[in-house]
Design a protein around this ligand. Sequence first.
Ligand code: SF4
Length: 206
Amino acid sequence: MTVKNPKAAKNPKTRHYQDPSCAYCPPTVRACRQGEDRQRGPGFCPSRIAPEAIDDAFEHYAEPFVRKVAQESARVESEGYCRWTRVEEICAFARRMGFKKIGIATCISFVDQAYTLSGILESHGFEVASTACKHGSVAKEEIGLKDSEKIRALFLLKSSRNIEIEPVSLPASLDPSMVVQSAGRIRQPRRSRWGSSWHSGSSGHK
Ligand code: SF4
């Protein structure tokens, strides 16, 4: 039996760990910091459960690009740890790697922050590409979800040609203060990846 939580097994002799569980490693152990995990690591230590997998992973460091990423990131850490911001570290790492272009993948809720970051990176001479998680505007109906399973059921509605208004009921869990303006749900025809379907309008993807 796999015991994920070591405290859950009363008899230590019945514990048989199959899954690594670093989350439960006591602060007084954490032997990997001293390079002693295979000797002193707990029974759930990944270094003891799956040493072959760790050896296999280590072989990837023989690849020149992977090795350089590991080396330069360690050098950046050594030089700026707890002194540089993450943005400064990114710039230093990118310069060491010889990168000219940096990509930003951001949550739609952090596009304003991505704007700032993009400007900072450009001011340091990098070319920047960015994309938000909602790009493509794939509605959740297209993966089989209902309105009641989304975090936002009602949105600002604007009248427009070829838009059908369908009344919807609020899910019990919805905070009424989240509702900006209610009237119904915008529906308009759209070509789906899995065939023609109806889905909520451009503001209905949450
Ligand atoms: S690798 Fe092993 S020693 Fe290090 S934190 Fe995880 S369980 Fe603890």
